[in-house]
Write a protein that binds this ligand. Structure first.
Ligand code: SAH
Length: 376
């Protein structure tokens, strides 16, 4: 009985209103014969006030609410577990309709609070030092599943638009390659940067890519958020090994796309992420090569101590090697930050997010629409 009800209740023909940015939502209301400003009202209810009950939306007429009940819904990922680290980092495990789980991480710092969100279940890129690669690719997240991570975290942290806002920044650095799920990621980012929703400035939303060159150009056109690029090596031979996508889009092409991305915008820089792997990419010679290769690119460098995971065959560079590397790059005039490892005690650090692929029989396809797995 309850399964039957769930299935009816979550009919695939209903629009999940979480999946619509303002433009799409205005179109949705216009098609219903309503004024487009209903979109801003709805966005404010859901994303600013955290309300997901249509009945509580008092400025929508009774008849509109009844119509919405028939054709739409507001469906969030299910919060399965929350973990808190000694250092204040919090991690949420969320279950999706398909039964897959994803992880979202909040990292508080003195001057900011950063939410790290996932864009795919698993990843297809197979970077040799990343644990997400080991689980393979399962599927793209829908826009509702991407923005849903923000909705859940916003609520769990008690954020309100006029009160305390602990989430000041969002980074698309969780599981997956965001530029391989372009449309859904852009829709979700549009909601993040919309003043009628989360109102984050484009500088405070950062998309991290392993280097999908054609999509970098498209991103500039549609939502010019901050860009981070997972470089990890200063030459193609080494990068081919660490980030196999490099064989398709080698460093020179990637850096050209980065230059185009920030061209004409004063002070805008691309952040280059560089994971520090002992004896692999961390020598002074590598640092000097990195400086040469980044010449002429408005760049910041983010050194990430490697976070080990089961069956990883790399080790993290010793602190002295990281410091020496950083000094060389800094002396060349590039702002270089060594990222602190956060949330290591709850497996929330970079490259440690694995989520859980509960149904391995569908590793490479979308779940059939509407298939609903009841919570255990
Ligand atoms: N696919 C995107 C975003 C996800 S990864 C990208 O490649 O940028 C987010 C960052 O964590 C990337 O820079 C990634 O290279 C890094 N990372 C992955 N595994 C890691 C590990 N085990 N230790 C440290 N950083 C890691």
């Amino acid at each position: 009985m309850s399964l039957l009800l769930t299935t009816i209740d979550q009919s695939p023909s209903r629009v999940n209103l979480l999946s619509l940015d303002r433009q799409a939502m205005a179109g949705f209301f216009t098609r219903l014969g309503e004024k487009a400003f209903r979109a801003t009202q709805l966005l404010q209810w859901v994303h600013q006030r955290g309300v997901d009950d249509l009945e509580a939306m008092s400025n929508l007429s009774r008849s509109l609410r009844a119509r919405l009940h028939e054709i739409a819904e507001i469906r969030l990922p299910e919060l399965v577990m929350e973990q808190g680290s000694r250092d204040g980092t919090r991690k949420w495990l969320l279950r999706l309709d398909s039964g897959n789980c994803i992880e979202t991480v909040f990292i508080p710092e003195e001057d900011r609070g950063t939410l790290c969100v996932s864009s795919q279940v698993g990843c297809s890129l197979n970077c040799s030092f990343c644990s997400t690669a080991q689980q393979g690719f399962n599927r793209n997240l829908g826009a509702a599943e991407i923005i849903g991570q923000l909705v859940v975290a916003y609520r769990a942290l008690g954020d309100t638009p006029k009160g305390e806002r602990r989430i000041s920044n969002v980074v698309l650095m969780g599981m997956g390659e965001p530029l391989l799920n372009f449309d859904n990621v852009v829709t979700a980012m549009n909601i993040m940067t919309d003043d009628f929703a989360y109102g984050l400035s484009k500088r405070r939303v950062t998309l991290s890519t392993a280097g999908m060159v054609p999509m970098i150009d498209r991103l500039r056109e549609v939502n010019h958020v901050s860009l981070a690029v997972s470089l990890h090596a200063p030459n193609d031979a080494l990068r081919d090994e660490l980030v196999p996508l490099n064989r398709k889009y080698p460093i020179a092409e990637l850096l050209e796309a980065c230059r185009r991305y920030v061209a004409g915008i004063p002070h805008r820089k691309v952040t280059f992420e560089y994971v520090m792997l002992d004896g692999v990419n961390d020598s002074p010679a590598h640092a000097r090569e990195l400086v040469r290769v980044l010449e002429g690119v408005p760049a910041k460098v983010n050194l990430i101590p490697f976070n080990p995971f089961p069956n990883s065959h790399y080790l993290c560079s010793p602190p002295a090697a990281i410091a020496a590397f950083r000094d060389i790059v800094t002396r060349a005039g590039l702002v270089t930050v060594t990222r602190k490892t956060r949330g290591g005690d709850i497996d929330a650090a970079c490259g440690q997010l694995v989520g859980r692929v509960t149904d391995r029989t569908r590793r490479s396809g979308r779940a059939p629409a509407g298939q609903v797995r009841p919570a255990p």
